[in-house]
Each structure stands twice: as C-alpha cells, then as structure tokens.
Design a protein around this ligand. Sequence first.
Ligand code: EPZ
Length: 430
Amino acid sequence: MTQLLIRGGRRLQGSVEISGAKNAAVAILPAALLVDGECRIENIPQISDVTLLLESMADMGAEVRTVNRTTMDIGCRDLPYREPGPAMGEIRASYYFIGALLGRFGKARVPMPGGCDIGVRPIDQHLKGMRAMGAEVTVESGFVRAEARNGRLHGANIYLDVVSVGATMNIMLAAALAKGKTVIENAAREPHIVDLANFLNAMGADVRGAGTSVIRILGTDKLHGGTYTIIPDQIEAGTYLAATAAAGGDVLVKNVIPKHLFSITAKLEEMGAEIIDLGDAVRIRTEGPLRTANVKTMPYPGFPTDMQPQIVTCLSLAGGTSVVTEDVWDNRFKYVSELAKMGAKIQVDGKTAVIEGVKKLSGATVKACDLRAGAAMVIAGLAAEGVTRITEIHHIQRGYEEMVEKLQGLGADIREEEVQEESESGRSLA
Ligand code: EPZ
C-alpha cells in the first residue's frame, strides 16, 4: 500500500504548472466517440480517471495513440458498437458514455456510475433529458440501458430541475448528432461545459450558449476530426493556491485562466492572501495568520464545491470563527473527523460547518476519504507541525497529476512511502 508522508511547517516557494482540467477531460474523451474521424486532444491530465476512460475506449474499438505525455490521438472512424466494461462502474464520468453512445449509435448500455462518496448522486436529470429526446431508458441490475425509439434521438426542450454539470454535458453529447434542435434550460455554466461545447464545435457540431443557463444544440449528421486543447484545471489551481495560503509562502500558479478562479482568489484575498493576476498565471503571497471568512458552495460562478474541503482546511487555521455551507452535495464533510485528528476544531450540522480557527495543526495519520478530501489532508499536512501520513491516496491520484512532484518543486517535504498492509490482527499481509 502506498501512503503519503509529509513533514509540515515549510513555506511554499516557486512555481507550479497546472494540468488540463479533469472534469473537462472526462467528458471530452468520451465525446470523441461521437466523431467519425480522428481527434487530437492536447493537455490531457495524467490521472487515473483518464487512464481508465482511455483503456475503456480502446476496448470499445477506439484507436487510442499516445503522441506525447499530454496529447493523444483518438480515432473513431467506422467505430463498431461496443459497451464499456464493468470497470467503468468505478468512476463517475462513465455516465458520459450513455450520451456519447446513444448519440452515435442510438443505443447504450453502461454500468451505473461510481465516483467519490459525497452524498446521494442521482442521474435522473440525465435520463430525463434522454427520454425527452426519444430514448427508452431503464436502470436494471446496475446498468443503464437506453435506446432511441426510432434509431436516432431527436431534439427536445429540456428544463433541468437542478443545475447539474453532468446532466448538462451528457445531454449536449446526446444532442450533438440528434435530429433537430435541443434546448437545455437551467444549464450548468462551469468552464468545463464551455470546454466541451468548444470541443464539439471544433469537430463540426453546432452548440451555442454554453457558459449561460440556456444552451442550444442543432444536431448534425456527422462530426469530423480535428485538434483540441483542454483548458487548465480550475480546481487543481485552487488547491495549490489554498496550500500556499495554509502553509504560507509565495507561489506562482502557471497555466491558468484567472477568470475561472475568481470565486477562489476573491475568498483567499478576503482571508488575507495577496493575489496578483498575471494573465495566464496567478501569484499568491501570504504572510502571517489567515483571517476568517464565510463560504457557501454553489454552481459556477459561485464558490466550487470541489474546493470546499481545501478552504475549510485553510479556515481551520484562521484567527476566529468561520461558517462554511455546502449547498451542492449533502454529505461532503466526512473528512472533518480526519482533520480533527490533527487538532482542527470544526462542528458540522447537516450542510453547515462551523470552524473555530486554531493556532496550529499537528501531524497525524489520516485518510483521504475522497479526491478533494484527500487534497485537504495534503494541505493540512503541509501546514501542520510534525509528520502527517495520508492513507488511501488512490483517491488523490484519480484527479491530481503528479501532486507529490509538484509540491516538492515548491519546497514541500512530501513523498510517497510503501508500507505493508496490516491485517485486522495487526500482522503484516504479504
Ligand atoms: C460534477 O459531478 C463533478 N464530477 C464533481 O466533481 C463536482 O462536484 C460536481 O460536478 C459539481 O460541480 C465530474 O465532472 C465527473 P452535478 P456531477 O450533476 O456532474 C444533483 C470532483 O471532486 N443532481 O452537477 O455528478 C446532485 O445530487 C467531483 O472532481 C440531481 O439531483 O454533479 C447534486 O446535488 C466530485 N440529479 C447536484 O445536482 C441529477 O440527475 C449537482 O450535481 C444530477 C445531479
């Protein structure tokens, strides 16, 4: 078993390069299945969710070739209909195969999606959209089965009852090759929604309004190949900014779109960090203790839920009381009990956490409960006095490319450590 070992208390110094956006990549890669040709996709993050998706796409008949570390060619000309394997049930983004296969072949059978355990994660809005476009959809024995009644989906007006990133993108995928016009009302507006629209349009689709709450997609008969570069990861950038705020330091976060980070940088400024917007980079400097702030997570352009555990960790070191409300997921404070092992004082009541800032955190053995909770443990470890060990780091590897190397580049004392697994009786397992 691999765990992370961090000797905390060092200021972070230097620069860090942000990778391509995970939540854009996990939709854009399945979108390549819609294309009757070859896509060159650049700035793909090297994370385990992406590896799993690419393996699955290769099994489904896509020709997947590595051009360089972050660029892949994906050929889907004359793609046969094949279903993704059961391994896809492990990741959330497998639901994008429903939209992509249904769009291209008029049918799909896909394992129900997994992903981080952060609350009930229904996909009713995805399925409602596909039904409105003429698909028969059933969920049986852990699989979603969908079939267009006339062999091809048709356009429809779809109102989303909740602002859902996944439903917005999945309906966009399904609609790109549908007959006629689809309108998504109350659509999500995240940067990765715009990125998916830009990808589809670069391949010949007609998607308008992405980034607003009404998206219009005029279906086309065929998509052609092309080249596309994925946007930088807003949450990865925010995580390094938060790490610098918590541990102290002076860091240049490179290859970012500062506008996408605004809700995060504004909050860090409120907490006393100095933020300098350099166009395609953001510099953060922090001196002295952080100030308190209240945070409420919301869909974009609100404060992202995927930064909630990281900002709570920063606030656990602020001078006073802060209140953080989680308004997207109903169970995203599970990591708080891990932070408490390091001395954080946080009371959770339903969707609200009341954080009493402490002067210092102290190293402990904690687990990464999920991807962003894992990032929060890393931030806590960097800021804490003493040694922190983080277990279950596969969660972190799902969404952060080379986090250890990037933090080492900023002067952090962090490394991976192989340990023998212990059985319940305390004996090592071979
Ligand atoms: C995406 O999940 C991200 N995952 C999540 O990131 C992120 O937290 C979330 O968007 C919100 O930004 C991927 O992109 C793979 P939603 P998604 O549909 O699409 C409710 C991370 O750490 N809802 O926007 O699954 C739902 O319960 C991960 O990178 C329905 O009720 O999220 C939630 O309360 C974790 N019915 C809210 O909407 C539906 O059909 C938002 O969910 C769909 C969603």
